[in-house]
Design a protein around this ligand. Structure first.
Ligand SMILES: [Zn+2]
Length: 296
């Protein structure tokens, strides 16, 4: 059953697969943006195949007026917010506050678009109870920061639902990122390593017999590489991205979407899915869940 609540007489909808991209500095941690200029074939693909995409863009990129914004908008891609500076030293933990990232990012978005964003994804997926309260106060409709896995020193979201839910006491919905395995999120970084066929099978198996919207997380650095930026990464990250270049890239993402489409999933825009989701139809999770993980 989809969470879109089509009503008793409406034809059953195909479950949604929502391709989302975090638009940030190169590899999420280099002070360069060269990869964002390499995306021609990505835009050609989503136009030709009519693949809806949702982009979570850092406030700093929005503020700088990088031309990727115009390209996203011209391609009909929903632009949402992905923090402000996206600085690794400020990722923090699920017990901290990232009010500055959220507030500065929201202000940058307002300055560019004249309205608030409706969706948020925290840099590196590190979101806290304080952050969620702030997003709610700022009028956000949904968050998609939760990767329902444990990341040492950052967060432990293993106890959270893998399907959409709402945060208790808030109007904010949560759309967790789908999983490849119970410990690996369905991010293109890992999908590049497994390849499209194995990844599609893993995602479907982990989602179970009644998959909700499947949220996939990607970056432009999963589609294209930049040798100079790659050389400046810590060795472990460099190794993962270098390995992913062999089986991954745009071709891998295209094939993955094809496989999921043929398996009955409907590529969908997460913002639209969030707008259509009936709050009453999904479970609530109290913010107290953050207190049950004093360490992560
Ligand atoms: Zn990011």
């Amino acid at each position: 059953m989809s969470t879109l609540s089509p009503g008793p007489d409406a034809p059953a909808r195909r479950p949604a697969v929502c391709l989302t991209f975090d638009v940030e500095p190169d590899y999420g941690r280099r002070p360069t943006f060269g990869i964002l200029d390499k995306a021609d074939s990505f835009f050609d693909w989503i136009r030709a195949e009519r693949v809806p995409v949702t982009a979570f863009v850092t406030g700093r990129i929005i503020e700088r007026g990088h031309r990727i914004i115009d390209r996203l908008l011209a391609a009909g891609i929903a632009v949402e917010l992905h923090g402000y500076a996206h600085a690794p030293e400020a990722f923090g933990t699920m017990h901290g506050s990232h009010a500055d990232e959220i507030q500065r990012g929201t202000d940058a978005y307002l300055g560019r678009f004249g309205r608030s964003p409706t969706g948020y994804r925290a840099p590196s997926g590190v979101v806290s109870a304080a952050d969620l309260r702030l997003l709610d106060r700022l009028g956000y409709r949904y968050d998609s920061s939760v990767f329902p896995v444990r990341r040492s020193g950052r967060y432990d979201f293993t106890s959270l639902p893998r399907r959409p839910f709402r945060w208790g006491g808030l109007g904010l919905l949560e759309f967790p990122v789908a999983l490849l395995t119970p410990r690996l999120p369905a991010g293109l970084t890992f999908i590049n390593l497994f390849g499209p066929s194995v990844s599609a099978r893993l995602i479907r198996r982990t989602a179970g017999p009644e998959p909700g919207p499947l949220v996939l997380d990607g970056h432009f650095h999963n589609l294209y590489a930049d040798d100079e930026a790659l050389a400046g990464l810590p060795w472990a990250l460099r190794a993962v991205y270098t390995a992913g270049r062999w089986s991954g890239g745009l071709r891998c993402t295209r094939l993955l979407v094809d496989r999921l489409r043929r398996a009955g999933f409907e590529p969908s825009d997460l913002r639209e899915v969030a707008a259509l989701t009936q709050t009453a139809d999904i479970p609530a999770v109290e913010l107290g869940v953050f207190d049950s993980h004093p360490a992560c």
